[in-house]
Design a protein around this ligand. Structure first.
Ligand SMILES: [Zn+2]
Length: 387
């Protein structure tokens, strides 16, 4: 929910932003709620629940802009309230500037790979991911919650292994084969044949297949609200979700629902939540879009913190895969300096069980290795032995 700044300033901001030029920074121009819930750093526990939240393309300037827009430089976001912080290096095996596939693979499998590659090492070896290893070897339940296609690079990096992130039809099949307990996001087109309005050219209807195998499938808000158990697959658009639409669940609602379903099912869980469109806003040099997605992501982080604050067995880690847009903030303007990604490091913010491990300067592969150590997943990194 946003407030209503001066129409003239808004129009000017939108115009300049759309041109990629500097946009005025309007302190307090957006309404954003930060609940007074503090998640302390707690002692590690055996088999902690892990909630890993990734702001795709979320640099430190994006967070600074969000703070200023929501109230001014002294405002603290939900992300800021996490007690442990560190710095994460993001380069890939092929470039100082990573893409989401290589960065996702670093965060999921603990290995550097080339840009565009999902779930495989630079040498083409399929790698075991945290989600896969915890599910298969440690009895974890698992979940993926995103606002772009569930087959897009970041979620794909946790469940798929393909040489190109563009192989979304194949990624959809690999995602289902991994039997992820809860999957929420967009991209139903890659689960449906062309004859049913989808994008699959092989005629397969993966939603029908999921239903006949006993899975719950939701494709609209009513279906989402009615989900009452696992496994649950919720795909609320053929393509990416739209956070301005009231007829789709927002990221915080999907995060809360996933946490509720996973907790009710019992046993430890690993949940990855992605603020997927922060990156798109950066690619489009669009400050309004960026702020909308930043606040939606921060509300999802707050939902995870509220869940974890009420129990001693849950770790919450927030990070980004890279920075997008080369966002530069001066005293009164926000300026995008590239349409692509940059090589600048990103932040990591943690609270809950074992959070103290996420301090200092670390490589993105080391962040994954620390998650593996806290969940006793070993060896890691490791080749994927297969399902
Ligand atoms: Zn990315």
């Amino acid at each position: 929910m946003r407030s209503t700044p001066s129409a003239l300033l808004l129009a000017l901001s939108a115009l300049l932003s759309a041109c990629g030029g500097p946009a005025p920074v309007l302190a307090g121009s957006w309404k954003h709620t930060v609940a007074a819930v503090d998640l302390p750093a707690r002692a590690p526990v055996p088999q902690p629940n892990v909630v890993l939240l990734i702001g795709d393309g979320m640099g430190l300037a994006h967070l600074t802009l969000a703070r200023r827009a929501a109230g001014g430089p002294d405002l603290r976001l939900g992300i800021d309230r996490l007690p442990v912080t560190g710095i994460v290096l993001t380069h890939s095996a092929s470039s100082p500037v990573t893409d989401s596939a290589a960065a996702g693979t670093a965060l999921s499998a603990g290995v550097k790979t080339g840009n565009g590659t999902v779930g495989m090492s630079k040498a083409g070896v399929d790698q075991l991911t945290l989600l896969e290893g915890l599910r298969r070897q440690k009895g974890y339940r698992t979940g993926l919650v995103v606002t772009k296609n569930v087959t897009d690079a970041t979620p794909a990096a946790f469940v798929a292994e393909v040489a190109s992130r563009k192989s979304e039809a194949q990624i959809a099949e690999q995602l289902l084969a991994e039997r992820v307990d809860v999957v929420f996001g967009g991209g139903s087109g890659w689960f449906l044949p062309e004859a049913a309005g989808g994008s699959r050219t092989d005629g397969a209807d993966l939603l029908a297949r999921t239903r006949s195998a006993g899975g719950r499938v939701a494709t609209d808000l009513a279906g989402f609200r009615g989900l009452d158990g696992l496994p649950a697959l919720g795909l609320f658009a053929t393509g990416i979700l739209d956070s301005t639409r009231a007829d789709q669940p927002d990221l915080a609602a999907m995060t809360r629902k996933a946490l509720d379903l996973l907790a009710a099912a019992g046993g430890p869980f690993f949940l990855m939540v992605e603020g997927s469109q922060i990156d798109l806003a950066g690619h489009k040099s669009d400050v309004d879009y960026l702020l909308r997605e930043m606040f939606a992501f921060d509300l999802a982080v707050q939902a995870a913190c509220a869940f974890a604050a009420a129990r001693a067995d849950t770790l919450v880690v927030v990070t980004a895969d890279h920075e997008t847009g080369g966002l530069v903030l001066t005293a009164d303007a926000a300026t995008w300096t590239t349409k692509g990604h940059t090589a600048t490091p990103v932040g990591v913010f943690a609270g809950g069980a074992g959070a103290a491990a996420f301090t200092g300067m670390m490589d993105n592969t080391a962040l994954a290795a620390r998650l593996a150590a806290l969940t006793a997943l070993a060896p890691f990194p490791a080749p994927d032995p297969g399902r």
